[in-house]
Design a protein around this ligand. Structure first.
Ligand code: KIV
Ligand code: NA
Length: 266
């Protein structure tokens, strides 16, 4: 298969084909996701939870994301690779560009950062002007958990929903080519997706996003503790990890996942 580029992803989006994304942190899983037809792999700072055992993503460093990006990139045959800029690694333009360069040298095709406030929009514009492809991340922002006081559904009030829509438009205007929407009402996921021309990738944002993402260990049902409401265990009814991942791709593509039971009401 040919490498999947941003051009290909934007074309898929334009044709209404859903985009599948999963996280990976190592080469074994990277190879498997490629074999299963996952189009985009995210080396998420969720590695702080999944790999390192922290209770939040805030301890994760750029060096650690870069290391896992290298591991994933080595086995990546054609998926589009996105790496997370971790907490406090993009606080000013100089730092943001240096952090992004580290991730791109490690093999990332795009970097992702959290938030759509004025300062994040300035950072996005700074990076894009310097040829760093950027994915924004709105809704629940795990790097802000200590400010939010927990992992909560975002954008439920009319005002919060309008602010999020404005932020999504501002990120797009600044040059972001994709946006992850996490833990928001399905109706807001639908609305933001309709207003943007870049693809939205949802995680707990309803079925109308342009694509879906889950943390790999969550969708395999092996993460400790009670999973978030938006997680479906794809090992249910499947005999192998490969079959589960293929089922995920199939259900994202057909729109079967996420059904209403995995979404949030407004
Ligand atoms: O870090 C991560 O895995 C993420 C996804 C949950 C979107 O940001
Ligand atoms: Na993340």
């Amino acid at each position: 298969d040919k490498p999947i580029t941003i051009t290909k992803l934007l074309a898929m989006h334009a044709e209404g084909e859903k985009i599948s994304m999963l996280t990976a942190y190592d080469s074994t899983m990277s190879a498997l996701l490629n074999r299963c037809g996952v189009e985009t792999i995210l080396v998420g700072d969720s590695l702080g939870n999944v790999i390192q055992g922290h209770s939040s993503t805030t301890p994760v460093t750029v060096e650690q994301v870069a290391y896992h990006t290298e591991c994933v990139a080595r086995a990546n045959t054609h998926a589009f690779l996105i790496a997370d800029l971790p907490f406090a690694s993009y606080g000013d333009p100089v730092q943001a560009l240096e952090s992004s360069a580290q991730l791109m040298r490690a093999g990332a095709d795009m970097v992702k950062l959290e938030g759509g406030g004025d300062w994040q929009v300035d950072i996005i514009r700074h990076l894009v002007e310097r040829s760093v492809p950027v994915c924004a991340h709105l809704g629940l922002l795990p790097q802000s958990v200590h400010v939010l006081g927990g992992y909560k559904v975002q954008g439920k009030s009319k005002d919060a929903a309008s602010v999020m829509l404005e932020q999504a438009l501002a990120c797009q205007e600044a040059g972001a080519q994709m946006v992850v929407l996490e833990a928001i009402p399905s109706s807001l996921g639908e609305r933001i997706t309709a207003e943007l021309h870049i693809p939205t990738i949802g995680i707990g944002a309803g079925p109308d996003c342009s694509g879906q993402v889950l943390v790999l260990q969550d969708m395999l049902g092996i993460s400790p503790g009670k999973p978030p409401k938006f997680v479906k265990n794809f090992m249910d009814g499947h005999h192998s990890v490969e079959a589960a991942i293929k089922a995920y791709v199939r259900e994202v593509k057909s729109g079967k996942f996420p059904g209403p039971e995995y979404g949030f009401a407004g």
